[in-house]
Design a protein around this ligand. Structure first.
Ligand SMILES: [Zn+2]
Ligand SMILES: [Zn+2]
Length: 294
């Protein structure tokens, strides 16, 4: 993929999954089989409070990431769900506070995302108090069964408050009903864990439920994108600003305005982060990470 002037490989990743080692229905071997058979390149094991011996597993061609989901107590006594990736296989699972958990992960060479804040009952103000996270989950497939799968608004509120982060789409696999709902395309030079983590740390990825981005570019104030067919394209700015690239054509909304590229000038009255979301005819979204327009 051509990503702001540089070419990267795009690796399909499920970065949040549970096995029988916590509350998942699949063994690690079954999970590997399922994702390898569905052309994933990367799979992270993130059991609740427990790591897995991923270095002893056969990844069937996928890069396996050693991860863990941590649950220190948060505001109003609600547990955080912190998705920690690239941690040592003997990484401890219990922490007194989110601050201590995040610090421990970073010192061990890993990164942390705030998993499904809407489902947890956390507001963006709660998430804003977390220092050191690399992003949140914009979409979590397992949370859709109580209607709390999306975190688009939380993501924007963090951005409005100056906390500009990336966002993942994940399955949070516990059983078969969570499979293949959302994934993250990591844009990296190779699929070694170090290279993948470098990209995740730097926001070099996009989240998707199906649509794909082929090219993103920012030439001065012109934002350009190429992607698979989309019925709706939005460029998000902070606060009350934004651009709808496609004009909905009632009553055929979503069918008469299919586009697969655009170039839009960002008004000179706006400086700050922008991000793009596309929606295909089937209603599936893909989200870029933010870039700054100065
Ligand atoms: Zn969780
Ligand atoms: Zn989980």
């Amino acid at each position: 993929m051509d990503y702001y002037g540089k070419r990267y490989n795009a690796y399909k990743a499920n970065l949040h999954s549970h096995t029988k080692n916590s509350d998942g229905a699949y063994s690690p071997g079954e999970l590997i089989e399922i994702y390898a058979d569905n052309s994933y390149d990367v799979l992270a094991f993130t059991d609740h409070r427990k790591t897995n011996p991923v270095s002893t597993y056969d990844g069937k061609g996928m890069t396996l990431i050693s991860g863990i989901e941590l649950h220190p107590v948060g505001p109003r006594n609600l547990p955080w769900h912190l998705l920690a990736l690239h941690v040592p296989e003997d990484f401890p699972g219990e922490y007194e506070s989110a601050e201590k958990a995040i610090t421990a992960v970073i010192l061990a060479g890993g990164i942390v995302f705030c998993a499904h804040p809407h489902w947890c009952g956390f507001s963006s103000a709660d998430v804003l108090a977390l220092n050191g996270i690399s992003g949140i989950e914009v979409y979590n497939s397992s949370c859709r069964f109580i209607g709390k799968a999306y975190n688009d608004q939380c993501w924007d509120e963090l951005s409005n408050a100056g906390y500009v982060l990336g966002a993942l789409a994940v399955d949070d696999t516990h059983n078969s009903s969570h499979l293949f709902g959302g994934w993250t395309m990591i844009l990296a030079e190779d699929k070694s864990p170090a290279s993948l983590m470098e990209s995740l740390k730097n926001g070099r990825y996009y989240a998707t439920q199906g649509p794909q981005f082929h090219r993103l570019a920012l030439n001065g104030r012109i934002f350009e994108a190429e992607f698979t067919e989309a019925a709706e394209v939005i460029i998000y700015f902070n606060n009350s600003r934004g651009i709808c690239v496609t004009a909905p054509n009632f009553p055929d909304y979503g069918t008469n305005n299919i586009v697969s590229s655009f170039a839009k000038e960002i008004p000179e009255t706006y400086t700050g982060p922008i991000r793009c979301r596309i929606r295909d005819k089937e209603g599936r979204y893909a989200w870029t990470t933010p870039v700054y327009v100065s």
